[in-house]
Design a protein around this ligand. Sequence first.
Ligand SMILES: Cc1cc2nc3c(=O)[nH]c(=O)nc-3n(C[C@H](O)[C@H](O)[C@H](O)COP(=O)(O)OP(=O)(O)OC[C@H]3O[C@@H](n4cnc5c(N)ncnc54)[C@H](O)[C@@H]3O)c2cc1C
Length: 385
Amino acid sequence: MSPERYDVVIVGGGIMGASTAFHLRTVHGKSVALLERGFVGAGASGVNFGNVRRQGRFLPQIPLSHRSRAIWGRLPELLGEDCEFLPTGGLRVAYTPQDMAVVEKHVAEAREWDLHLEILGQNVLRDRWPWLGPDVIGASLSPEDGHANPRLAAPAFGRAARRAGAVIHEHCEVADIEREPTGFRVTARTGLEVRGEVLLNSAGFWGSRIAAQFGEPVPIVARGPQMAVTEPLPYFIEPVLGGVSADIYLRQVKRGNVVYGGGLRGPVQTDPPRARPTPDLSMAQWGRLLRFVPALAGVQVIRTWTGVEGYLEDDIPVMGESATTPGLFHAFGFCGHGFQLGPGVGAVMAELMATGRTSTPIEPFHIRRFAGRTVAQAAEPPPTG
Ligand SMILES: Cc1cc2nc3c(=O)[nH]c(=O)nc-3n(C[C@H](O)[C@H](O)[C@H](O)COP(=O)(O)OP(=O)(O)OC[C@H]3O[C@@H](n4cnc5c(N)ncnc54)[C@H](O)[C@@H]3O)c2cc1C
């Protein structure tokens, strides 16, 4: 029997693949098959910190981040569930005058990209959030940023894509991709074969291997940012907090648990994927957490975890059409910032594949910036998340 044929075959069902499948079906009416090695959203997309943050980004990424933020606000209407997205505001906190200079520069530059942040001094911070540590001297507030539940978001996109007619194969690892005269033949370890006129490579860290197979190696390294969560407490920390130089970020969910992370990203195993937290980093994070919010002293940590994420050497992702292979598109290597971008990446990649163009600028992320590279190994990623 000849393999089923689709307009688009997607390899990798993280938030990028699932959101793209959703947009391809609902906006562009394309036929889609998505193949995922495990469960949809069980990779980095399902274990991340849950920050839906626009401030502090590489400036040319802000238009994509705006597009994504608009979709986060429409999840109930689009997916039938809110994925616990709460626009609580996000604070980028300074401990030193040097931190404050970084904040002020970013606030001025972000305005040019239509991201309007507020600078808050120590007195205002004390009045609004009296539980902040005494070392905090100022912050920038992004009032419409917030956080969401990563365990819910990518699966919700996957379910909505399936309801809209996408064919989603879970536990279906892609073993081989062959270019044919009219598209791609994709073979899974299960024996399943599908054909796609167009192929989206959204395989997270492993997307670099697919790119390399098509003659486009990229300097990437796999690492695991480390997370932890406390027992539930009375709800008091409304905004998401992140430090400028203080390498810690935290949020409190409405059920009361405080989720936090930060610090050096540990080594991970990629074949098969496996990532373990390290006790040394847990201890270092705890000290930084108490400096941020001293009221957390004595609270119990109930779980620590990490996950496998791909970091390109310039700390920005690969997005766009292949430079070597017509019909092949990439969206991988999101360098620890991809959760917020996921809904927008799906909209943009679907638009690009369906119409040949996108209204959101993504040129800085094109894979051609690594043209001529032969070694697919990056330097160590920077420590902050
Ligand atoms: C611990 C942690 C904390 C983070 N915190 C944040 C945060 O707070 N905010 C933020 O914006 N970002 C955060 N990130 C980054 C964010 O989670 C990622 O950038 C984003 O989820 C990447 O999505 P993805 O779909 O590209 O990759 P993934 O979620 O990794 O999905 C790729 C999928 O491809 C599948 N796959 C790979 N190879 C194959 C194959 N051969 N066949 C079939 N399937 C395959 C994998 O199984 C996986 O499910 C964090 C990441 C981690 C790990």
